[in-house]
Design a protein around this ligand. Sequence first.
Ligand code: PAF
Length: 290
Amino acid sequence: MELIHTVAWMKQVAADARRSDRLLGLVPTMGALHEGHLSLVREAQRQCSPVVVSIFVNPKQFGPSEDFQKYPRTLEADAATLDNLGVDYVFAPPPEEIYPPGFRTAVTVEGLSDRLEGRSRPGHFRGVTTVVLKLFEIVQPRFAFFGRKDAQQARIIRQMTGDLDLGTEIVVCPIVREPDGLALSSRNAYLSASDRRAATVLYRSLAGVRREIAAGERDVVHLLASVRKMIEAEPGVSLDYAEVVDADSLDPVIALRKTCCVLLAARVGSTRLIDNALIEPAGDSFNVTI
Ligand code: PAF
């Protein structure tokens, strides 16, 4: 595995790979790697060679009162893990490589970026799309791999990639969960023992939605009322939002018809967590993927 710190060298390596007609795959991350990231890497390795994993804690996607300073930075351990997995390249640039002095540009996907996570974290998706566009320009991957846990992020990145004809195919991979259902996240490291127990309420409420839909419930108001009731009853957890939205437009839906998502965000102690379920029509019924 080769560890690359500069944009110039990363561009060179990627251009060489493209010249030899290889299918280059990119897994963008902020490091502090867990099994969720590793599942993206394995999927990338199944579909592509070479595989580049980027590790960059992107300051532009954190609000002024968010956890940019304390975000876990574990480059040495991450690089060793990726080396063991047989990853070809790790791109870990310092901030000034990505945002040199005088950097002024931002990219925004209108309409999808200011709702849900975007309403609670103003500017967050503008930071995400700006860095992802920059990474795509540097690496020019044929495929890029993202987790479904960040469902709104994946939707926005797919929109940007299509709108700007970037030529990168976005692959969205399943959520990886702990045995008790908690979705893996680098921020789970912030949870105290009691927060950790309480945090499973997100998964439990989504499992409740799945049960209710299997029993024939189709009324979104009713489904969301059950979710809110369960989350609000959990000590130490405060719900930010629970919405059922169309998977494409991210507009709220009132009845289940097309593919849609239940999107949740809550603060558990002082840690903000998100989770979601995908609801897809299947004949007369619906498949709910958590
Ligand atoms: O999902 C993440 O880890 C980040 O938002 C990403 C896509 C690496 C951009 O910084």
